[in-house]
Ligand binder design. Structure first.
Ligand code: ATP
Length: 299
């Protein structure tokens, strides 16, 4: 079993501010960290640290950030399939964090949005039936749609995190086996939250729905089974960047490594891993280590 995470990679610049800037304001901040980020890279890095064989398919530009991205990915035990886009800049994020652990993120998607369907599909030629294809919301619409459709045609398992939100996500559900949504995404795409949102997504064709609710925990819905709710693991949150990505990667890997579909234990493992991420500043540097994940997954 291998996971193919197809998505964006970015250089994350985290700036701490006393409160979020308002429109028109000029405020002072302090650079906290410069780190590897981007939802695709985040999910691939965490997944690979669980020991699940992982391929990251992503795009970088031709600029100084591309080398940072290559260097940081080389430190991880994942297969990085980087498509270099001539004349483009690599993607980056500016992350504002406040003392209470809240964050606001601006991400450029010049590279991710320029990845073509053909380039994104090429690495899937080596995929076996049942392998995971993991997508987020940063690729172009035709690439996201094409990848999901092609993955289903090849009997691969599709996991989708509709973030950042785009309106067209609402009709992708029949192509999605496992969906991960936070509260805002559920409200926007399912017009509701909690159990009602999960039921609506399953009616639209999703087989398993995982809803995350920040410090309030998470919920797993599987067609025909009672809904499972799991509390968050209590911790002092200092920076929630990458919490959802950690959660999704560990939930998928916990189940895949045991050769089963996502269950309560996978969600509990994901909650434990995400609580570590929120307790540290940064993105890649805040993710649980291989040793920490080994201990979590050993239960
Ligand atoms: P982000 O965009 O910040 O990466 P998200 O909005 O996608 O995250 P959340 O629902 O905020 O996702 O969080 C995902 C999971 O991370 C939660 O279900 C929970 O297990 C864990 N988590 C988030 N915030 C906290 C917190 N304050 N304390 C403990 N665990 C948390």
């Amino acid at each position: 079993m291998r996971a193919y995470v197809i998505g964006n990679v970015a250089v994350d610049e985290t700036i701490s501010v006393s409160s979020m800037p308002e429109a028109g304001a000029s405020i002072l901040g302090r650079e906290e960290t410069r780190d590897l980020g981007g939802k695709g890279a985040n999910q691939a890095v965490v997944m690979s640290r669980t020991g699940l064989p992982t391929t990251l398919v992503t795009a970088v530009g031709e600029d100084f950030r591309a080398q940072t991205i290559r260097d940081q990915l080389a430190e991880e035990q994942l297969q990085a399939h980087l498509v270099t886009l001539a004349g483009r800049s690599s993607d980056f994020s500016i992350i504002f964090t406040t003392p209470d652990g809240e964050n606001a993120i601006v991400t450029t998607t010049d590279s991710a949005g320029s990845l073509t369907l053909a380039a994104a599909l090429a690495p899937l030629d080596s995929a076996d039936v049942g392998d995971l294809v993991v997508l987020q919301g940063n690729l172009a619409e035709e690439v996201t749609r094409g990848l999901l459709a092609e993955a289903k045609r090849r009997a691969l398992v599709t996991a989708f995190n509709p973030s950042p939100l785009r309106p067209y996500f609402a009709d992708l559900w029949p192509l999605v086996d496992i969906a991960f949504l936070n509260k805002g995404e559920a409200e926007s795409l399912a017009g509701s939250s909690g159990e009602t949102a999960a039921r609506r997504l399953m009616e639209a064709g999703v087989k398993q729905v995982v809803l995350t609710l920040g410090g309030q925990g998470s919920m797993l819905a599987v067609d025909g089974k009672p809904i499972i709710t799991i509390p968050a693991v209590s911790t002092k949150a200092v920076d929630t960047t990458g919490a959802g990505d950690t959660f999704m990667a560990v939930a998928l890997a916990s189940a895949a490594l045991r050769g089963i579909e996502i269950d309560a234990r996978a969600i509990a493992d994901a909650s434990a891993a995400a609580s570590l991420t929120v307790s540290r500043r940064g993105t890649r540097s805040a993710f649980p280590t291989r040793e920490e994940l080994k201990a979590i997954l050993a239960g």
